[in-house]
Design a binder for this molecule. Structure first.
Ligand code: GRF
Length: 226
């Protein structure tokens, strides 16, 4: 499906990050080009050294750093969440996107925020929840791999799966080559999924609309750059 052909309302989103922010960059670029129906209201990072912050600042997007390293002492999860909750509520967003956000959120935060949250995960869920997904795929010898976007619930990487992008592994793949290949898929899957949500074709909680069965899937061949 061509992102540019979908007409729908612009979602107000907050993006939570911890690292490089290449997925955030795709959202920034595509929304500037009018290919993505979002307004990125703000970015929250739990790490002060995340390059994602620079990407957001370069795009004049407000950023908040809730880091446990900047003050030299660890910010508890309770403190992190109470700041994050206040900020997100002030921003009045429709959707929260976890794009490489590496802290595990509490059940209380997830259940009581009142704003749907989606997460990008580098495996074909429900297999390989958690970390080191590319290593685990190689070790098991899986023929298929990819990434998933799911609704966030208190159980790690276990909420309803909304969309997936799939590749076939090669015999000479390493965790590093898989990481690169999967990341290319992520850069297609995330804007595609957000546009589907904005178009109300899928509900971010994973309740299927229009009798369509989730997850919706993309394949590697569809994700090659135009
Ligand atoms: C992605 O690979 C995502 O699957 C994982 O963290 C990575 C984030 O990459 N959860 P980036 O920060 O968007 O470059």
């Amino acid at each position: 499906m061509n992102n540019a052909t979908i007409s729908h309302k612009r979602l107000r989103i907050a993006v939570l990050v911890s690292g490089s922010g290449s997925n955030l960059q795709v959202l920034i670029d595509e929304s500037k080009l009018g290919k993505l129906s979002v307004e990125i209201i703000g970015v929250i990072s739990n790490r002060e050294d995340a390059y994602a912050i620079t990407r957001a600042q370069n795009a004049s997007i407000q950023t908040v750093i809730l880091s446990h390293t900047s003050s030299g002492k660890r910010m508890t999860m309770t403190t992190f969440e109470s700041h994050a909750r206040q900020i997100i509520q002030d921003w009045q967003v429709d959707l929260i996107v976890l794009a490489g956000f590496m802290r595990i959120l509490s059940a209380d935060f997830i259940n009581n925020l009142g704003i749907p949250m989606i997460n990008l995960h580098p495996s074909l869920l429900p297999v390989y929840k958690g970390l080191d997904t590319h290593h685990r795929v190689i070790k098991t010898g899986d023929k298929l791999h990819g990434c998933s976007i799911h609704y966030v619930t208190p159980q790690l990487d276990s909420g309803n799966i909304l969309t997936q992008a799939i590749l076939q592994t090669h015999q000479n793949d390493t965790p590093e080559t898989l990481q690169k290949r999967v990341q290319k898929l992520e850069h297609k899957l995330l804007p595609w999924t957000i546009n589907l949500i904005a178009a109300e074709l899928i509900d971010p909680t994973g309740k299927t609309l229009q009798s369509l069965k989730l997850p919706w899937r993309l394949y590697e061949a569809e994700c090659i750059d135009d």
